[in-house]
Design a protein around this ligand. Sequence first.
Ligand SMILES: C[S@@+](CC[C@H](N)C(=O)[O-])C[C@H]1O[C@@H](n2cnc3c(N)ncnc32)[C@H](O)[C@@H]1O
Length: 244
Amino acid sequence: MKEDKEIREFYSRQDESNKYDSVRFRNGGLVVDESEKKLVMNLAKTEKMQNILDVATGTGRFARLFSKDKKNKVFGFDYSKKMIKILKENKENYFEKVRGDAKMLPFKNNSFDCVTSMRFMIHYDDLSVFLKEMSRVSKKHIIFDTPNKYSLKTIVSFATNVTKKIFGFSYMSWFSEKDMRKTFDSLNLKVIGVRKTFFLPQGIYRFLPYPLARAAKRIDDFILHEILKGRMACAHTWMLAVKR
Ligand SMILES: C[S@@+](CC[C@H](N)C(=O)[O-])C[C@H]1O[C@@H](n2cnc3c(N)ncnc32)[C@H](O)[C@@H]1O
């Protein structure tokens, strides 16, 4: 596992938290934001979910989305003080904000219909501890994404020494589909669905103007799904059922 302290420090920097959305989801990066949100909502809508916990919610992209439906009871959970402060400042965030470590979620067993956690697993090598906690507090489902080891994005791994210098730590972990399925089996979690997205590393999109990024995403989808049949996707988004 990566040094928790390093990750904590990274997201505790005021500037890092403040610029989180504007760096990643500006210009063509908005296409990535829209695509991730659509994907999660499509997975979630297959089941009736009203009590939702969004772990490592960051700026609350997903918690905010779920809480738009006033029938839903939504919690956004993160351990960065700065992120929680940003969440509280945004008047559109009609969800509960809770601070803590995802290794020990401060909720009772079976408290939620669904636990979501996007762009979180990228930071850790051993996911078991988090998946165990998420499945303990979820009655039914868990939705989250993992970066695929066999994708163009792994080129980024060659640059981890550089990122270590810039960000203070190497922030990416990589998982193959096979390894993830093994982990799920060992934790008694059943795969209900897996969506494979992005042939081009998502970070590239932010450097394109929005209309160009939309066109690029259509070509990206064609290459990934029609030619590569889902192989070499940068991200795997999983929907799991908790087996009791
Ligand atoms: C890349 S951001 C993802 C934010 C959001 N889920 C999204 O998709 O935009 C990762 C977030 O994970 C949080 N985080 C990292 N490790 C954590 C842990 N052990 N417990 C709770 N939050 C954690 C960070 O504070 C940060 O806000």
